[in-house]
Design a protein around this ligand. Sequence first.
Ligand code: IMP
Length: 181
Amino acid sequence: MSTITDQDLEVLYTRQQIAERIAEMGAEITRDLNGEKVVLVGVLKGAAIFLADLARTLQVDATFDFVAVSSYGKGQRSSGAVKLIKDLDEPIEGKNVLIVEDILDTGLTLAYLRKIFLQHRPKTLRIAALLDKPSRRMEKIDADYVGFSIPNLFVIGYGMDYAERYRNLPDICLMAPGHPE
Ligand code: IMP
C-alpha cells in the first residue's frame, strides 16, 4: 500500500500480485471442475479484465457469457434493488456456471444473479470474486473463490471504476487521499 503511481494513486495490489493470486484461483477452480466444461459469466463492466485473465489460467474447456446489471440508488456503490439490463446469451441449464465478479460488496448484485441463475437449473453454480469486502455485506452471500479480502476501501483499476474512469489501470489502486469517493 505504499507505492504511488504516476497518476498519484496508491497501489493496493500490483499487477504481479494480482496475476499470482489469479493463477492460484485458476488452479483451484480447474481442480474443482474435475475435467468438466464451464461457462464463465462475467458481470459487466468491472469483471471484464478479471475474466480475461482468470479464463487463461483455467485448464478446462470454457465458454464466456456476460450479463449487465444496474443498481438503483445514489453514489458509486449499489445501494438498492438490482435490475438485469443484459441477460445471458445462451441457456445454462445443466451446465457448470462460474459467475465472475470484480467485487463482492453489499452482496446485492450477486444475491440477485444467483437467484435468477438458479431458476435456470445449472448443474453447478459457483462465484469467483476478485475482491471481497465482508464488512459491507447486506445480503448473506459468500463467493466460492476470493482473490483478496479487503476492508471498506474504495478501489479502482484492473476493471474497476470511479464514474467510469480508471478501469484500464493495470494495478488495483486506492483513490488519492482527499479524492471524493
Ligand atoms: P454489491 O451489489 O454491493 O456487492 O456491488 C458490487 C458492485 O459494486 C461491484 O461489481 C462494483 O461494480 C461496485 N463496487 C463496489 N465497491 C467498489 C469499489 O471499491 N470500487 C469500484 N466499484 C465498486
